[in-house]
Design a protein around this ligand. Sequence first.
Ligand code: ACO
Length: 379
Amino acid sequence: MAEIHRGLADVAIDTSQVCNIDGERGELIYRGYDIRELADKASYEEVVYLLWNDDLPTSTQLASFRADLAQIFAVPASVHDALSVVPQGVAPMHALRTAVSMLGSLDLDADGVDDANVRRIGMRLVAQLPTVVAAFQRIRAGLEPIAPRADLSVAGNFLYMLTGEEPTEAATRVMDVALVLHAEHGSNASTFVARSVASTLSDVYSSITAAIGSLKGPLHGGANEAVMKALEKIGDLAGVEQHVLDVLGKPGGRVMGFGHRVYRVLDPRAMVLRKVAEKLAAESGDSLYFDMSLEMERVMEREMSARGKQVRPNVDFFSASVYRMLGFPTDMYTPVFAVARISGWMAHLYEQYADNRLMRPRLVYQGPTGRKFRPVEDR
Ligand code: ACO
């Protein structure tokens, strides 16, 4: 009988050169570089280049990579048309999933899975996911989408396309850091889904559409929205403790933004984002959600230690308050995650297509056996 690993916990599906996570030491490494150093010093474009190649770019390579991306920031008008028929009130993750599928339908070479074609599509998706998310936000607010500017970075352009105003250097840097931190995370649920779809030799757009669906779930990328909704519902510092106790008091209750399959200590990305959120809160003079987050962390630490569990904040926990301070509506938090994670998904698709084996695990059957068919009138 096959051995059962529920949730594929601790199952390695292949080797990878892209990223390493040490859950005991709280380390996240992109191709040999510590995430804390990259978040401190690197731009998102440098990190995308790193994830897709052996090492960081030289200045010439970076300039040409940026220029190549800038040429394809804009999406076809028919994608705007498709976004404008999405009914009011539909969450942007649905719109993003639809738009990526539409981009695939518009691409006459969508099905080619040779390395050159997969990388061409990867460039397109990294350049255009921010454009799609920003356009949908404008369209649903009854505003015209704003055309991307070739002179801005991915982070700067995203902020610009949301408001039409050139963002400050400080806001662009915060966005850049968020993109770097969310870019890649090994064989997480959505990356596994992307690799799994690609393993049938289906196309990149199908793999990424499926990955977006996986990221959307509240146990994965959707947790950042769930965190903010919980904070909004609680409303003040005094209500945090009772909220945590209420959630933990329910069978199987999960406090959103806490816990991780791999990390047993603090997620290094949460550590960086906590500092970013603290700085933004101090600068804005509005620290309510940050203070509530710290209080939630304190109560969870106490309650989880009392239960002998190691459940710490994950990347989604502090990203929620950072995104709020950047002015994003709550249901845009997970699409912003996708805007970053597309680079990691693509890095894994390059590996998967380059040396493919169909993903096909098993289930252990526990249903009835030996039944005999009787015609419907005899049942
Ligand atoms: N709140 C309360 N208890 C928790 C939490 C939490 N957020 N997370 C884990 N635990 C406890 C569980 O009760 C469980 O206890 P038990 O062994 O007594 O049943 C133990 O810790 C292990 O938890 P599992 O759910 O079995 O861990 P798993 O690895 O399957 O799940 C997951 C990880 C899904 C992230 C889980 O921690 C969770 O549901 N967290 C809340 C949602 C969330 O924040 N997701 C974002 C993750 S980061 C990302 O995807 C980008």
